[in-house]
Design a protein around this ligand. Structure first.
Ligand code: UCC
Length: 694
């Protein structure tokens, strides 16, 4: 057995339950006999021997070593009395070291100390890594949510099977996507301009996996009626942290399928729809969403310069510069552009924008009137190609009514915002799963991290954020499924419009905070690239930026309120009241129910008086208003879940703790005059104090 193989074997055997490790030379069978005659630590269950035969490359003779794993220092000491250890392989706990020094193994300890660094320049440090296990089995809230709302064994079995596939196959592909980011090849060896985006084989495999698992198809097959979106998004929630960012093209693909479905599936988009929703890897297509131009990705209505020239056959050619196109290796894209009329005129603003369908490559696989100027160098999402594209006569079909581009692509935004929420919650869940596992393996200050109350309190706070976010995500998906299947009430339709925005903006921020905290729970290891952990923070940061930044979405809350003449907020108030009335009987949850009711009443007063305030007042309050909606609704959902007969004590605890915070910051800040016109001036003078712009 080679040396490195031997050490690997040992690594794998040092588990969290076996914190004390000692290496001895006594032959394994002899040691086992001694142990059975005189059980160490009172019972042989406290000691485990691992036999490893090692042969140095240049040595002829094989050397047998026995690694002893013990559950307690006492058990280890007992072994030390039976068999003289040659050296300590690793001592994970301070208690072991002190026991060896003070106990009858002094000689052994000295030998151990001498030989500790003898094998390599870095010594024999190793630490059990956090392990990814089937995330379905580890996710108590997912399980109880499904038990409560969706008791289909078929779904549970599919998710569990998929969880195994994640652990055994997909997670490694995700890491590979990170390690082999896309490259742009401008020219081939013979000088031809080719603009090839070269992606990793793992990225290609992710596309096949996506078709096989029906990540998009499940949303349109609607096998589970109004619960189909809950099923689809549950699967994506499991997939996202292992997906190597393949969730991004899937989000846009889902969005494009939704736009096409809502427009009516005429040619040529009918063929595209079938491909976007196919389970056949050979037929499956992904779609891009080309909105963002040089003037920005938020103010799409004023920032879009791309022009559409009509052709004699009724199709169009697009010319423009798309500044930030994600997953540029897609097969098709939905593109916003301005139609140039017969006099060479265009309409400015939102009313001039129309939506086009374009295929990215021709039948020979060459780009269709597209130059890839460069790939973006991004903080995160490096697994995925994001590019600047020059469009010069890209063939395209008008798919929206002329001038209704933004309103038509809004369906796509709804989908990508839901996917964004799913990815945010998934990232939080994954970091907690790893962090709590690590806490059972890492020793510090004489005990495992899991036995340090402050450490566990920190993870518990992350858990509360994640549970609240999870329930909001699921509620949005549930409402979506109802809307699509035509079973949603008016209240639910309004709620869906409001909560999609609120969920995206709030969970995007939560994900950054929770993932960052999660990294810290690994100490320095959380900052080390090849643990795979830093990537999670980089990738989380995008969630609050793309698909509408926090402020843009806060303004969208105002937009949806105005457009619905306040019905979205009326629905919000009505729904929270109904849910709270339903749980009023539960005394354990009473403080939480009271907190939500009080916050709702404060919010009601704020909304009532804000309507009479000067223009600009609500804009300044928009972010705090959105946060208040999020916190109140999350509190309401936590209470609702905790009041279910199958809920656990942890569910009730999470609800109570969530509701201890300021659930209605917009009312608290309003009472302190934060949105008065003069505070805006003060903000400005604070920000620009000392600033010179010569
Ligand atoms: O593209 C990007 C990167 C792609 C990567 C995607 C991956 C996602 C992966 C996630 C998971 C891993 S980033 C670019 C993203 N850009 C945006 O998200 C746009 C942000 N800006 C906005 O949302 C703005 O609010 C705009 C563009 C919607 C504002 O446009 P307008 O034209 O100035 O605003 P209007 O006039 O208020 O809205 C025009 C119409 C109205 O309908 P009508 O005309 O019937 O009154 C609105 O009601 O659009 C309707 N509308 C909506 N409808 C606007 N927003 C919505 C909405 N959210 N839902 C329904």
């Amino acid at each position: 057995m080679g040396k490195s193989q031997c050490w690997t074997t040992l690594d794998n055997n040092v588990g969290g339950d076996w914190p004390h490790v000692l290496m001895v030379t006594t032959a394994g069978s002899a040691l086992r006999r001694m142990l059975s005659a005189q059980p160490a630590g009172g019972s042989t269950a406290h000691v485990r021997c691992v036999l490893s035969t090692r042969k140095e490359e240049e040595e002829e003779e094989e050397e047998e070593e026995v690694v002893v794993l013990a559950r307690s220092a006492m058990a280890l000491r007992a072994v030390g009395r039976l068999a003289r250890p040659r050296r300590a392989l690793c001592t994970q706990s301070a208690s072991y070291r002190s026991s060896v020094r003070s106990g009858p193994c002094d000689e052994a300890a000295e030998l151990s100390a001498q030989s500790l660094f003898s094998r390599s320049a870095v010594g024999s440090f190793f630490q059990d890594q956090p392990l990814l296990r089937n995330p379905v089995g580890e996710d108590a809230l997912l399980q109880s949510y499904l038990r409560r709302h969706f008791p289909s064994t078929e779904v549970k079995e599919d998710l569990s099977r998929f969880g195994e596939r994640l652990v055994n196959e997909i997670d490694a592909l995700g890491h590979e996507c990170e390690e082999h980011p896309p490259r742009l090849q401008h020219f081939d060896a013979w000088g031809n301009r080719v603009d090839r985006i070269l992606t990793s084989s793992a990225w290609t495999r992710m596309k096949e996996v996506s078709a096989e698992e029906g990540f998009v198809a499940a949303g349109y097959e609607r096998c589970f009626g109004e619960w189909s979106r809950v099923y689809q998004m549950s699967k994506l929630y499991l997939y996202a942290p292992s997906a190597g960012l393949y969730t991004c093209p899937l989000a846009m693909t889902d969005g494009a399928a939704k736009v096409i479905e809502s427009l009516g599936r005429s040619l040529p988009v009918d063929e595209a729809f079938q491909r976007l929703t196919s389970r056949d890897p050979k037929r499956f297509w992904t779609s891009g969403q080309w909105m963002t131009e040089r003037k920005g990705g938020s103010d799409v209505a004023r920032g879009t310069e791309t022009l559409a020239f009509q052709q004699p056959d009724g199709t169009y050619r697009l010319r423009g510069f798309k500044w930030f196109t994600s997953a540029t290796d897609a097969d098709m894209a939905l593109v916003l552009a301005r139609v140039v009329d017969g006099h060479g005129q265009i309409v400015q603003g939102s009313a001039g924008l129309s939506l086009f369908y374009a295929e990215v490559r021709d039948q020979f696989g060459r780009l269709n009137g597209i130059e890839v100027k460069r790939l973006k160098e991004k903080l995160g999402t490096r697994q995925m190609p994001t590019a600047e594209l020059l469009l010069y006569d890209l063939p395209a079909h008008l798919v929206s009514p002329e001038g209704r581009g933004v309103a038509t692509i809004a369906n796509m935004l709804t989908l990508t915002r839901i996917h964004n929420t799913v990815s945010a919650v998934a990232a939080m869940r994954r970091i907690i799963q790893l962090s709590r596992d690590y806490a059972t393996k890492r020793f510090a200050f004489g005990k495992l991290l899991k036995d340090h109350p402050l450490h566990v309190q920190t993870i518990a706070r992350m858990e509360i954020e994640t549970r609240a976010a999870f329930l909001l995500m699921m509620e949005v998906c549930r409402l979506f499924g109802k809307e699509e299947s035509g079973t949603a009430s008016d209240t639910e339709v309004h709620l869906f419009r409001l909560l999609t925005t609120v969920a995206k903006l709030y969970t995007g921020k939560q994900a950054v905070a929770v993932v960052s905290e999660g990294l810290e729970s690994f100490g320095g290891q959380g900052y080390i690239e090849d643990t795979g952990l830093p990537r999670m923070l980089r990738d989380a940061q995008v969630l609050s930026i793309w698909e509408g930044t926090t402020n843009i979405l806060s303004l969208d809350v105002l937009r949806s309120t105005a457009k619905s003449s306040g019905h979205v907020l009326d629905s919000f108030f009505a729904d929270v009241k109904t849910k709270m009335l339903a749980v009023n009987g539960s005394s354990a949850l009473r403080p939480a129910v009271e907190a939500v009711n009080t916050a709702l009443s404060c919010l009601g007063k704020f909304v009532h008086t804000a309507a009479q305030r000067p223009p600009g007042y609500m804009e300044l309050a928009a972010r705090d208003l959105a946060y208040s909606l999020a916190r109140i609704y999350m509190g309401c959902l936590l209470i609702d879940h905790a009041s279910w007969e199958g809920a656990s004590h942890a569910d009730a605890y999470a609800a109570l703790r969530w509701c201890e915070q300021d659930l209605c910051p917009v009312a608290s800040r309003d009472s302190r005059g934060i949105y008065d016109p003069n505070s805006s001036q003060m903000d400005s003078s604070l920000v620009y104090e000392g600033y010179t712009n010569n």
